[in-house]
Design a protein around this ligand. Structure first.
Ligand code: COA
Length: 174
């Protein structure tokens, strides 16, 4: 396989990031909600203006994994306790997204991204990294468990439009 490089995304990557966000979210969750719910979710969370807004925030970290300049996966992390205030007792990093194109699953791209995120967390003295994962997303759960993330036992609602979904919070103490 051609090598994968990882770099922080900038405002100039907004179109690229919006496109891979839409594609990977659609591929992961299609069939778990209505098409209308999917459409409105994609529009709310991943449209260009929203992505540009997030990329303009220096505390919101997006990274692209690229192969010969083509985006094949991405990461997003942030120190943001809004969704899980319990984490405030530690210096915690929320791994908000790790998404890889379907054709690159099982090929080590996700590992490269996860290693990269964990290195950042350690280098910046984070005590814990946490993330939300849909209760039925068993592939992702297995992947996180390979990195010694464990199910914290805490859940949160992650509705896609009008379709209710429940996510587990997984965490890994460093
Ligand atoms: C989650 C993701 C980043 C993991 O990357 P990946 O390259 O697929 O991960 P890996 O192949 O290294 O690991 C997945 C593991 O789950 C296993 N697996 C696959 N399907 C499974 C299933 N239905 N149930 C349980 N385990 C499963 C695989 O066999 C593998 O374990 P192994 O290495 O012991 O064989 C990637 O699948 C992805 O981008 N998925 C879509 C987006 C997504 O779900 N993101 C996470 C949102 S929380």
């Amino acid at each position: 396989m051609e090598p994968i490089t990882i770099r922080r995304a900038t405002l100039a990557d907004a179109v690229k990031l919006s496109a891979i966000s839409i594609q990977t979210f659609y591929d992961t969750f299609t069939g778990t909600c209505t098409e209308e719910d999917m459409e409105s979710f994609l529009k709310d969370y991943f449209h260009l203006k929203q992505v540009q807004l997030e990329l303009s925030n220096e505390n919101d970290f997006y990274y692209l994994a690229e192969q010969q300049g083509k985006a094949v996966g991405y990461l997003r992390w942030m120190e943001d306790y809004n969704n899980f205030p319990l984490m405030k007792q530690w210096k915690s990093l929320e791994l908000k997204r790790i998404y890889v194109l379907k054709e690159f699953h099982g090929k080590g791209v996700a590992q490269q991204l996860m290693d990269f995120a964990l290195q950042y967390a350690s280098a910046n003295q984070y005590q814990v990294v946490w993330l939300g994962v849909w209760e039925h997303n068993l592939r992702a759960q297995k992947f996180y468990e390979k990195y010694s993330f464990v199910n914290s036992g805490h859940t949160h609602d992650f509705p896609i439009g009008t379709t209710p979904q429940t996510d587990w919070w997984f965490w890994k103490f460093l």
